[in-house]
Design a protein around this ligand. Structure first.
Ligand code: UD1
Length: 415
């Protein structure tokens, strides 16, 4: 059994450097297919989802090489436009290969995407955007077949904000013919980072960070070296680690500008912080207050990816809190596991009502990435020892959560 063993209730006090962002790295890796040359991604997180995407790219004919934490992707020759079923099914974000393969090869074959089980997660917005830009789709044997004679400029309007669908539209349009306008697009930082990468490689995208992107198609991209920004969700996880142990902690190079909603919630529960010279100094001795109402929202709102982790913190607060999940319909999967640890949480539709109290260490099971991280954080706040089974879910997004938490002064080990 691959798990994580956590000794609870040790107030944190240490320093950790924040890894590169998973949700920035994956679409940028897909984007590297659009460059008929070499792309270097510095500070690429060494997590299993990135290794899986690397395997998929190799299956398509790209060459990859790691040098420390730099990943080099050489896509001068692409020999296949079909994503291997077994690999693509394992990861939801393989869907962004649709836009880049159509842009590069004018053809794409993908299995229907897998990934974390947190709701229905349809792909209708992806498909309708790509159809507007000149692609056609068919479905056969659980595979999605896409083709185009040439991606063409057009006006895409998203009635609902979607990170992946916006990324797919951008990827399909950058090397297409003419100008594309995307309205109602996602303003998540990871979309902006993808656009910055593409512009650095020769694309012409304006409106970055707004809900309207304008893309002027270019014939080709060129080689570039890009630094993957730090992961705001990992940084937020470690803020929660400090909070639940009522400790301290220093995060090195967190993307604070993109963490505002998270840090506001941290202050509301009594946490204090100072940001100075690239370091975030946390002081959580008084981080025990509940929050009357916290709602996940699209950026710049509170991120859904931190919802279950913050839920663990609130389960240890002194008083009653409520969290509403507004992005995904089935993202309270971790609640029964937290209940095993003594958490008093009731879920009704999209709202979790939490009565703060004591958690006790026991054996629990991770069932998805962020829920798994939430259990590790809960273990830090619990009395005694917690064992979290299925650490492979956590490793999809965290390079080495045990190493990082131990740097912060925790006692956590792989077991
Ligand atoms: C990305 C992130 C994920 C994060 C999520 C929301 C990556 C690799 N993953 O996922 O970590 O939790 O953003 O911030 O970057 N929807 C539709 N139709 C579609 C597409 C989406 O209805 O075609 C809905 C989804 O069911 C969901 C909402 O839109 O309710 C947002 O999903 P979306 O922004 O697309 O999330 P992902 O890109 O899958």
């Amino acid at each position: 059994m691959k798990g994580i063993r956590i000794t609870g209730q040790i107030p944190l006090d240490g320093e950790v450097r924040i890894q590169g962002s998973k949700n920035a790295a994956l679409p940028v890796m897909a984007a590297a297919l659009l460059n008929r040359g070499t792309t270097v991604l510095k500070g690429c997180p060494r997590i299993s989802d990135v290794f899986l995407m690397e395997k998929i790219l190799r299956g398509l004919g790209a060459g990859t090489r790691w040098q420390g934490d730099s990943l080099e992707i050489c896509a001068d020759q692409i020999s296949s436009c079909e994503v291997e079923r077994e690999l693509g099914e394992k990861m939801r974000s393989s869907i962004v290969l649709l836009g880049s393969l159509l842009g590069r090869c004018r053809e794409a074959v993908l299995p229907f995407p897998g990934g974390c089980v947190i709701g229905a997660r349809p792909i209708d917005l992806h498909l309708s955007a790509l159809k507007t830009l000149g692609a056609e789709f068919a479905e056969k044997d659980g595979r999605l077949y896409g083709r185009t004679s040439q991606m063409k400029g057009g006006t895409v309007f998203f009635r609902k904000s979607s990170v992946g669908a916006t990324e797919n539209a951008v990827l399909a349009a950058v090397c297409g013919e003419g100008t594309t306008v995307i309205r109602g697009c996602s303003k998540e930082p990871e979309v902006g980072w993808l656009c910055c990468f593409l512009n650095q490689a020769g694309a012409r995208i304006s409106g970055i960070g707004t809900s309207c992107l304008v893309i002027r198609g270019v014939p080709r991209l060129h080689d570039t070296v890009f630094s993957i920004p730090s992961d705001r969700i990992t940084a937020g996880t470690y803020v929660c680690a400090s909070a639940i142990t009522r400790g301290k902690g220093i995060l090195v190079k967190p993307p604070v500008k993109e963490m505002k909603a998270m840090l506001t919630a941290y202050e509301k529960i009594g946490g204090q912080y100072v940001y100075n010279s690239g370091k975030l100094f946390l002081c959580s001795q008084k981080a025990s207050r509940p929050i009357h109402w916290l709602e996940t929202q699209i950026y710049p709102g509170f991120p859904t990816d931190l919802q279950s982790i913050f839920l663990a913190v609130l389960a240890c607060a002194q008083g009653n809190s409520q969290i509403k999940e507004s992005i995904f319909e089935d993202r309270f999967k971790v609640v029964p596991q937290l209940q095993k640890m003594g958490a008093q949480i009731e879920v009704e539709e999209q709202i979790a009502r939490i009565r703060g109290g004591k958690l006790r260490g026991t054996r629990v099971k991770a069932e998805e990435l962020r829920g798994g991280a939430a259990l590790v954080i809960a273990g830090l706040g619990a009395e005694g020892e917690t064992y979290v089974e299925n650490r492979e879910f956590v490793e999809r997004g965290y390079e080495d959560i045990c190493r990082d938490l131990n740097c912060l002064g925790a006692r956590v080990r792989k077991d």
